[in-house]
Design a protein around this ligand. Sequence first.
Ligand code: ATP
Ligand code: MG
Length: 419
Amino acid sequence: MDKMAIYLLRYTSELSLKGKNRSLFENKLLNNIKALFGPSEIEIKKEHRRAYILSDLSSAMIHSKLSCIAGLSSWSEILVSELDIESICRTVENFVCRREAFEEGRGDPISHLDQKKDCFDLRGKSRNDTCIRFSIQARRANKKFPLTSPEINRYVGKHIAEKFPQLIGDYKNPDFSIRIEIQEHQACIYENIERGMGGLPVGTGAKLVSLLSGGIDSPVASWMMMRRGSPIIFATFHSPPFLEEEGIEKILTLAKHLSRYQPKTKIYKVFFTEIQKSIKLNTHDRYRTILYRRFMHRVAEKIAQKENAQALITGESLGQVASQTLENLTCIGNATSLPVLRPLIGLEKEEIIERAKKIGTYEISIQPYSDCCTLFAPQNPTTKASLDRILEEEKKLDVENLVSDAFEKTEVITIGSLL
Ligand code: ATP
Ligand code: MG
């Protein structure tokens, strides 16, 4: 247990707005963490309004996994001390020793050194006479603790300055700050606060079906709705033999990448060739893209019914391309009675790209591929479709049979959460 690192997990402030449901949200979040790590990899300790995990995994691994957990606002790797000022001084001293060792390349991150030994005595050690400035920032959640926060700062700061002559206390302009949180049963000592992905735990919101293409936008749209607590089922439309298999491989890679944000991921692969052929043969080419989309939405609606999902998600953003004018989006959305969520609707392409880079889908999305919507794409697509005209065009098609045939031939791929 000595070698175990301890992490303090902080929930998003939205969780505190959940009143009586709060523990439901917290439990879901902790279960998602358990699902992402193997059962033997971590131990979770739940406390009032926060949680701790203990683990001997590398801190890089912990960080990469925790950054996929919706509902976490931040976390810190900590050392824990008993609740008396002398123990706190010793733990902070220990923390500084490890920090120094790590900075000088002599050690691992804080937690991976034995908590009791390994303390380097730096007194009298020359470090090119350069002084490092530090501050102590205490916060006393437990008001029964006999010293106030400024008193703790002064007491511990003095202790550290005495033990480490190369360190100078400087509250205004420190090179590093050590934070001490005085809690009910213990004190937590840490330096860094890592930012989590925010949002609400996946599984606390309604299930949704996301139309996932190989582009930049729809993976980001899916991620944004996962961050709002919704488990996502993916639907992707594919047109063999006109488009190569690589397209679907790429979408599976995207879905796998996104699967780290939710415990279980299902992808519906819909064969779209017959629908596209029928649209090409029977309707005016100006309306093709909108008709493709309306059919995608109809098949996705069937998937939603089967999965008990309550809305669709697309990566559309207002005005981004010809098919995404308000008139065209209205015609597309009208194909089903399900709500269509478009989380990117007001975002600039640059903002979407920035987000895609952060969540790691950008590099996958920019690999070349052809989306089925580019198949038989018209030279001059309408930017202002009227619903009446679209409905006229659809009269030329056997909508119901095309949709149910495509739905019946759909393949389902399931992936567990992987990282
Ligand atoms: P993306 O970057 O997500 O492909 P985009 O800006 O290229 O979006 P379009 O190609 O016009 O936009 O597609 C609009 C939306 O329709 C996509 O964001 C996606 O949700 C859905 N979509 C398009 N093609 C497919 C497909 N082959 N399979 C599943 N959904 C699709
Ligand atoms: Mg696209």
